[in-house]
Design a protein around this ligand. Structure first.
Ligand code: PLP
Length: 384
C-alpha cells in the first residue's frame, strides 16, 4: 500500500496520511466521536465505532505502522499488554502448547504462566541462542514460537534469523515483541516473522505520555486478532491514536540519537573502574555483538550494568543521580533508571534471579536524547 515511499524516514512522516486531506489539514484532526452516522443508502458501509478500531485516526495509524515494518497490515490496541494478550489468545486454543523465550518481559511471563495456563495452554521455555535444543522442545500440539528482539534487562539478542527459519520449517506461528528495537532498528516481517508486537508506550510514541500497543504482520492473522479485540475490548482511543501518530513522526531522529548516546554511555561505563559489567549489544564484549551487528540496524537505547560494590553501591548510585529520572518504563526522550529487581522483576524468587543472571545490584538505563556528555557527567559524579 505504501510502495511509493522507499525509505523509512519518509514513511514515518507520510505513510498513512489520507488523500485527499481532511479539509486541507496537514495534521490529521482527532476524530473524538465514539460513533459515526450512516444512512440506509450507506448500508454496505462499515459501521464506524471506536471499539471496532476503525475511526479515521485508527485507519491512518494502521497504514503507517504496517508501512514502517514492510508488513501487510497492523492493528493498534489500548496497551502493549492488550496487543500481547489478544494475539496469544487468538493464536492459541485450549490444549495447545507453545515455545517461549526463557527471558520475557514480566507482564508477558505473568500472562502465560497464569492466565494462559488456566486456559489449558502450556508452554516450554527455550534458550534464544541454542538452536540445537529447540526441536526437542516441540510437541505434536506446539503451535507458536514467542520471542523478544532484545531481552530485558540483560539485553541479550536471540538468534532471530534461525528462530524465524525454525518456525517456518516446523509450521509454527512466529510472534516477536519488537518493542526494544523499534521498527528503525529491526523489522521482523523482513526476516519472516508472522507477527510483530509493540508496546507503543515506549519508543514508537517516545514521549512517556500515553499507553498503547500494536500488532503488525500478516493480514490473515491481523484480521482474526481484530475480531477478538472487538470482543475483548482493548481498543485504542482516537485521542491516543492522534498522539501516537504525532509521536511516530520523530521516531527515526529519536531512535538514532538514542542508539548513538547509548553506545557512548555504555563505553563510558565499561571503562569506569567501579563498574563490574555492562550489558549493551553495541559493545564488542557483548556475547551476541556479531549477531546484533548482522541483524539490527542499530543497537538500541537500553543498557544495564552492575557495580563492583554490589547492592550498596547500586543504591548509592541511584541516590546520587540527578539528571536521569528513577522511573520504570523506557523508550522516552528522557533518560530513565531502574533497578529491575525493584520493578519489572520484583516477583522473581532468589533462585529465579540467580538462574536468569539478574542480580540485586543490576541497574537498567533507558537512554534519552539529552546530550550524552551531560548524562555521563551525572553518572560520573554519582559513581564517586
Ligand atoms: N513488552 C515489553 C518489552 C515491555 O517492556 C512492556 C512494558 O514495559 C510491554 C510489552 C507492555 O506494554 P504496556 O505497558 O504498554 O502494556
Amino acid at each position: 500500500m505504501t510502495e511509493k515511499f522507499q525509505n523509512i524516514e519518509t514513511k514515518i512522516i507520510h505513510a498513512g496520511d489520507p488523500k485527499p486531506t481532511f479539509k486541507g489539514a496537514v495534521s490529521i484532526p482527532i476524530f473524538q466521536s465514539s460513533t459515526f452516522e450512516y444512512r440506509d443508502k450507506d448500508k454496505d458501509r462499515e459501521v464506524k465505532y471506536i471499539r471496532l478500531s476503525n475511526t479515521p485516526n485508527h485507519t491512518a495509524l494502521h497504514k503507517k505502522l504496517a508501512a514502517l515494518e514492510n508488513a501487510e497490515s497492523s492493528l493498534v490496541t489500548a496497551s502493549g499488554m492488550a496487543a500481547i494478550a489478544t494475539t496469544l489468545i487468538t493464536a492459541l486454543s485450549p490444549g495447545d502448547h507453545f515455545l517461549a523465550l526463557d527471558c520475557l518481559y514480566g507482564g508477558t511471563k505473568g500472562f502465560i504462566t497464569n492466565l494462559l495456563s488456566e486456559l489449558k495452554v502450556s508452554h516450554s521455555l527455550i534458550s534464544g541462542n541454542q538452536p540445537e535444543t529447540w526441536k526437542s522442545q516441540c510437541k505434536s500440539n506446539t503451535r507458536v514460537i514467542y520471542v523478544e528482539t532484545i531481552t530485558n534487562p540483560l539485553l541479550q539478542v536471540p538468534d532471530l534469523e534461525s528462530l524465524a527459519d525454525f518456525a517456518r520449517d516446523n509450521n509454527l506461528i512466529s510472534i516477536i515483541d519488537n518493542t526494544f528495537a523499534s521498527p528503525v532498528n529491526f523489522r521482523p516481517p523482513e526476516f519472516g516473522f508472522d507477527l510483530s508486537l509493540h508496546s507503543c508506550t515506549k519508543y514508537l510514541n517516545g514521549h512517556s505520555d500515553i499507553v498503547g500497543g500494536a500488532v503488525i504482520g500478516k493480514s490473515e492473522w491481523i484480521d482474526k486478532i481484530r475480531q477478538n479485540l472487538k470482543q475483548l475490548g482493548g481498543s485504542m482511543d482516537p485521542h491516543v491514536c492522534f498522539l501516537l501518530y504525532r509521536g511516530i513522526k520523530t521516531l527515526a531522529l529519536r531512535v538514532r540519537a538514542q542508539n548513538k548516546n547509548a553506545l557512548k554511555i555504555a563505553q563510558f561505563l565499561e571503562s569506569h573502574h567501579q563498574v563490574k559489567k555492562v550489558n549493551y549489544p553495541g559493545l564488542q564484549s557483548h556475547p551476541q555483538h556479531d549477531t546484533a551487528r548482522h541483524i539490527l540496524d542499530g543497537f538500541g537505547g537500553m543498557i544495564s550494568f552492575e557495580l563492583k560494590g554490589g547492592l550498596k553501591a547500586a543504591q548509592k548510585f541511584m541516590d546520587r543521580v540527578q539528571l536521569a529520572f528513577i522511573a520504570p518504563s523506557l523508550g522516552g526522550v528522557e533518560t530513565l533508571l531502574t533497578r529491575p529487581v525493584m520493578t519489572s522483576h520484583r516477583g522473581l524468587s532468589p533462585e529465579e534471579k540467580a538462574r536468569s543472571g539478574i542480580s540485586d545490584s543490576l541497574i537498567r538505563v533507558s537512554v534519552g536524547i539529552e546530550n550524552p556528555d551531560d548524562i555521563i557527567a551525572d553518572f560520573n559524579q554519582s559513581l564517586h
